[in-house]
Design a protein around this ligand. Structure first.
Ligand SMILES: *[C@@H]1O[C@H](CO)[C@@H](O)[C@H](O)[C@H]1NC(C)=O
Ligand SMILES: *[C@@H]1O[C@H](CO)[C@@H](O)[C@H](O)[C@H]1NC(C)=O
Ligand SMILES: *[C@@H]1O[C@H](CO)[C@@H](O)[C@H](O)[C@H]1NC(C)=O
Length: 275
């Protein structure tokens, strides 16, 4: 995953204020696990942000992972590392807080990939994340559980019996059970598509959005060839590093929105499911 260095300067006064405001001992701003038992007392004078995974009385699921310094990163032992700085802060005399953001790779956390990721002529032709079809990234989606004892092979794909006409599928795998996205050290034994599984999907289904619950849709040993099966036709969009825990299997409306990073083959993405 050799990606160009991304530098985003972000005026995120509100975001950092919320993050820092919540940074008490019982409720760290950058926890390594979701703060499910993180209860914070609030009073009107000193309100404290409450973090949620589900909104709207259980109707809206946030399926993006929170970016944290210790979240896993491709092939890294040490995780993503620092990505936010506060060069101007009110504590140090500025009129506002202004954060700076810099990711070691656009393929960080929950992210989307464009065909230019692994096909050079598509890079030259401009098939970047800004050119991805929002009509594919938004619409009815099926969340399925895949068998836990296998990577996603052609045989597994066939056994899932995903009906024709289904255009968006989020594959929940053994990765979710193993809580791999909450472990700092990269684990190459994650579950993903094998080359024949990817080819089977492209040939035999109408699926154009493929989502998965670890950093790559392709299993480690098939990383390049399985990705190429998806990218070649330029129709399939890959969303990786999704947070699919505690969401019931079923049909939802998915909404995934990449940043408009001109010339980039990947982007952090916010994805939600609406029941
Ligand atoms: C500004 O940043 C500081 C950290 O220097 C933080 O303690 C404070 O809550 C922030 N304030 C606002 C209004 O964003
Ligand atoms: C404020 O400035 C001091 C001294 O330059 C620095 O050590 C500290 O990290 C700064 N704090 C913030 C929140 O920017
Ligand atoms: C999936 O494939 C990887 C290698 O890419 C392997 O390490 C892992 O054990 C496989 N998982 C299962 C459940 O077969």
């Amino acid at each position: 995953m050799d990606s160009p260095l991304l530098l985003i300067l972000l005026s995120a006064a509100i975001a950092i204020a919320i993050a820092i405001a919540a940074a008490t001992d019982s409720c760290p701003a950058y926890p390594s696990v979701p703060p499910t038992d993180c209860t914070v007392s609030t009073d009107d004078a000193n309100p404290v942000a409450v973090r949620r995974e589900v909104y709207g009385d259980g109707r809206i699921f946030d399926i993006s992972h929170r970016y944290t310094v210790d979240m896993p990163f491709w092939k890294s032992k040490d995780g993503l590392g620092q990505f936010l700085w506060l060069p101007a802060s009110m504590k140090n005399g500025s009129r506002s807080n202004n954060s700076m953001m810099k990711f070691v790779s656009v393929h960080s956390g929950t992210h989307v990939e464009a065909p230019s990721h692994m096909i050079d002529r598509y890079f030259d032709a401009g098939f970047d994340v800004d050119a991805l079809d929002l009509a594919v990234l938004n619409g009815p989606a099926l969340l399925v559980d895949v068998p836990r004892d296998s990577n996603i092979t052609a045989q597994v794909m066939e056994s899932l019996k995903i009906p024709k006409g289904v255009r968006r599928v989020l594959f929940r795998t053994f990765n979710t059970d193993r809580r791999l996205m909450y472990k700092t050290e990269f684990d190459s034994s994650f579950v993903g598509f094998t080359t024949d599984g990817a080819r089977w999907l492209v040939k035999n289904t109408d699926i154009k959005l493929v989502g998965i619950d670890y950093l790559s849709v392709a299993c480690y040993d098939h990383s390049f060839p399985a990705h190429l099966e998806f990218f070649e036709g330029r129709e399939v969009i890959l969303v990786e590093g999704l947070k699919l825990d505690d969401v019931p299997v079923g049909i939802y409306n998915v909404h995934c929105l990449p940043l408009r990073l001109l010339g980039s083959e990947g982007s952090p993405i916010r994805c939600i499911l609406i029941k």
